[in-house]
Design a protein around this ligand. Structure first.
Ligand code: BGC
Length: 804
């Protein structure tokens, strides 16, 4: 075991002092130890801007942070497929972190987009671990170049918001490694992140924050991670188990309650003090890396400049999805009607912990003059939060009738894409679709400008000629879209996720968001294009798809053992950027796999008439697969096809090569896993999934015979034995329903985020010590039917807690 860096300093600490460092000082800061020159670090969200709260602390984005540049969200930047751009985003984030005295920036988020309905997809990069990992590593390098730390999150397999703090993710080891861990591996090895946040959920039965398999064997063991491990806010369950597994800091503060548990565990011989020392050592390394941030000359940043830069980032990330009759770019002589509430009040980021208080906020209507697009007027057309309005629709149609082109701003609202809640469907709000259909009746030259951070269904696509997806472009996103519409910028983004034709086609649709206790990842490796491609399911827009105002031609593919090269020509009239993608297909069928997987990409700028030679190297990920028999990465000997394309469905060049293997035994028998071998992974039965897992499925439903415990959520009070418990449940449900009904969706969401899906332990872990675990015991007695005993305990513990 490596020597500790701060051994001497740690030797000077008392047991209590060491334990005190293991949890927050308050909601955002780590504990300090003045006596030994150990200062507090400030940790702040992330991931697409700094959310340093000045007054009022919460992890749901309720209280505004100090103004900071709101850059495009990760889901947006992912469409740029540009690692340099990612590094630049990171670098500007790092600069602003320093300016706001933030030592640890809580991002980037690199969970996989397993299902399009996950409420936080807008905060994540992609459905592909290679692309997500490369971009995350770039962010990390950029952030850390300013001497502050990135904090990659949420480690790992956090792919839904519902019951996020209690759900047990059941996933087979190979999918865990190849899909859910690979992006983290790249961010750790290539980005060298200094800190990492564990997720809220359980993984195969154990909370990730207590999971030795991922924290010790994989993260520190296999990947050689030397940074610190931080819990998600309120995500620490059993403090001592977490510490033993590898957690170095619990956030936020619980007023020392769990520090005392650590001290007791050491005193009782339950926890070896040397383990605590190691955790303190890791944390000190992070503290001293980030430094004191006292150089005041760095406390300012050029607000206007950062705004412009964030516009550039958005410009490179916009995706042109449809351009019939070359309706775009819009010519100067066209009369344009602008319709849609989002044109007036921009939709530019999601809700929850990532919500940034922007320094400046562009909106479309204010930017038209400089765009050169001639607008005749604006009409809102629909109500933002889904309510119907015949009047708004009529006014919009009247306006549309007199225009050459209708620019229709549609998308999801911020109450739909949020932490704490998954989307209910993949569709746009019905009032927006109604509007589109009505406008189409009076004018069929429609260009839709879409704002949303995740995939949506588009049964209406036939009614629009142009479709530009701005995703969530940050505070300058509105202007960026106009620059693409006007042709000042040639669009160069490509989708980092697949758009299926309908939700039912999504391979995890039947298992999302899981049952009450578990979320079973039955589709295994087959998420996103890996599934559609292999199972032969038609999609609306494939992974890697995006149009340009010019055309590119691919030719002359050459392969050697180290990689490929080919020529890329711009054969159109406009200068532009192309994203060339390299996929690898294994010709053998001894081991089941997706038909092809992304293993390299390059974004290049090419002038009209110019030809560039592109090289893409192979790397240690290119040919590997995870073998569950050898418990390691192996290469299967055989022929491989190297596919080069403009999208996952538009392969332009192909060549074959033979690769020597690592001679590992084949881990599967085809007859045991027929659906996986056929890639038909959408409806896997219990038996086949158990075969893949190598163990019986854990119970997925609530056990009605047992009492509610620390890790049961408030929503599970519906099963409570005590009337008070059930009543609480119904009051919450009613409140939620009522708030939604009267159109107060944000407030309704808040109930889901802060109460409904919160496990009982969260009441103590999130309240900074005002509620102790012993008080939670009292609450549990009440909901479990021992009302008076519980009430007495609650009162007694409350008195003890308040007299501390
Ligand atoms: C979120 C994290 C965030 C933290 C602090 C949690 O609820 O899951 O992503 O960094 O709060 O706001």
């Amino acid at each position: 075991m490596a020597r500790m860096k701060y051994e001497e300093l740690i030797r000077k600490m008392t047991l209590e002092e060491k334990a005190s460092l293991m949890s927050g000082k308050d909601f955002w800061q780590s504990q300090n130890l003045e006596r030994l020159g150990i200062f507090s670090m400030f940790l702040a969200d992330g991931p697409h801007g700094i959310r340093r709260q000045a007054v009022g602390s919460d992890q749901m984005g309720l209280n505004a942070g100090i103004p900071a540049t709101c850059y495009p969200t990760e889901a947006t930047v992912a469409n740029s497929w540009n690692e340099d751009l990612g590094e630049r985003v990171g670098s500007y984030l790092g600069l602003e972190a320093v300016a706001q005295k933030v030592h640890v920036l809580l991002g980037p988020g690199l969970n996989m987009k397993r299902n399009p309905l996950c409420g936080r997809n807008f905060e994540y990069f992609s459905e592909d671990p290679y692309l997500a990992g490369k971009l995350a590593a770039a962010y990390v390098r950029g952030i850390q170049s300013h001497g502050v730390s990135a904090c990659v999150k949420h480690f790992c397999a956090k792919n839904q918001e519902e019951r996020a703090m209690s759900i047990d993710v059941v996933v087979d080891e190979r999918a865990l490694r190849e899909i859910y861990l690979t992006a983290f591996e790249i961010a750790v090895k290539e980005g060298r992140t200094r800190s990492l946040m564990t997720s809220y959920n359980k993984l195969n039965g154990t909370y990730t924050n207590e999971n030795k398999h991922i924290l010790q064997e994989i993260l520190r063991g296999e990947w050689g991670y030397e940074g610190a491990v931080i819990s998600d806010w309120g995500g620490s369950n059993d403090r001592v188990a977490g510490l033993e597994a590898g957690n170095d800091l619990e956030m936020p503060s619980n007023d020392g309650e769990t520090d005392r548990e650590i001290v007791l565990a050491v005193q009782n011989g339950v926890l070896d003090e040397s383990i605590l020392d190691r955790r303190v050592d890791n944390l000190l390394d992070l503290i001293f890396f980030t430094g004191k941030l006292e150089d005041k000359s760095r406390f300012n940043f050029d607000v206007e400049k950062h705004h412009r830069i964030s516009q550039k980032m958005a410009e490179e990330s916009i995706v042109l999805l449809k351009n019939e009759d070359a309706i775009l770019p819009i010519r100067y002589d066209k009369k344009v009607a602008v319709i849609g509430e989002f044109a007036k009040t921009a939709r530019y980021q999601g809700s929850g912990s990532s919500r940034v208080n922007p320094t400046i906020l562009d909106n479309t209507l204010e930017c038209f003059d400089e765009s050169g697009i001639r607008i005749i007027d604006y009409a809102p057309g629909y109500k933002r939060y889904g309510r119907k309005s015949g009047k708004l629709k009529r006014e919009a149609c009247e306006l549309a009738a007199g225009a050459d082109i209708v620019l229709l701003y549609l998308g999801l609202d911020e109450a739909t894409e949020t932490q704490g809640l998954d989307r209910e469907s993949m569709s746009l709000p019905a009032n927006q679709i109604d509007l589109l259909e009505a406008v189409y009746e009076v004018n069929s030259s429609i260009v839709v400008c879409l704002s949303s951070g995740s995939a949506i269904e588009m049964p209406w696509i036939g009614k629009v000629k142009g479709l530009l997806h701005g995703y969530l472009g940050g505070q300058a996103g509105a202007r960026a879209i106009l620059r693409v519409l006007s042709g000042d910028v040639n669009p160069s983004g490509k989708l980092a996720e697949t758009y299926p034709l309908k939700y039912e086609d999504v391979p995890s649709a039947g298992n999302f968001p899981g049952r009450e206790v578990t979320a079973e990842y039955r589709e295994s490796l087959f998420i996103g294009y890996r599934y559609y491609d292999t199972a032969g399911i038609a999609v609306l827009f494939p992974f890697g798809y995006g149009l340009s105002y010019t055309e590119f031609e691919y030719s002359d593919l050459r392969i050697n053992d180290n990689g490929i090269s080919f020529d890329l020509a711009n054969v159109g009239k406009a200068a532009g950027m192309e994203i060339a993608q390299m996929y690898i297909h294994c010709c053998s069928d001894a081991i089941f796999r997706p038909y092809k997987e992304l293993k390299g990409f390059k974004k290049v700028f090419i002038n009209p008439g110019e030809v560039k030679n592109i090289t893409i190297p192979f790397d240690d990920i290119s040919f590997r697969y995870f073998n569950t028999l050898t418990n390691g990465w192996e290469i299967e000997e055989g022929d491989y096809e190297i596919l080069v394309g403009a999208s996952s469905a538009d392969i332009r060049l192909k060549a074959s090569m033979h690769r020597k293997g690592t001679d590992a035994p084949v881990p599967y028998r085809k007859e045991d896993l027929p659906s996986y071998f056929e890639g038909k992974a959408a409806h896997i039965g219990d038996e086949e999934f158990e075969q893949l897992l190598g163990r019986p499925l854990p119970p997925s439903n609530w056990d009605r015979k047992r009492d509610l415990g620390y890790n049961d959520t408030i929503s599970q009070c519906r099963y409570a034995r005590g009337v008070a418990g059930r009543l609480t449940y119904w009051i919450i449900v009613f409140l939620h329903w009522y708030l939604k009904r009267i159109g107060r969706r944000n407030e309704a969401n808040l109930i889901m985020m802060s109460v409904y899906h919160m496990p009982f332990r969260g009441i103590a872990r999130m309240t900074g010590g005002s509620v102790s675990m012993a008080m939670v015991d009292g609450m549990l007695l009440i909901v479990n039917g021992r009302f008076f005993r519980g009430l007495f305990k609650l009162w007694k513990e409350w008195r003890t807690n308040s007299s501390k």
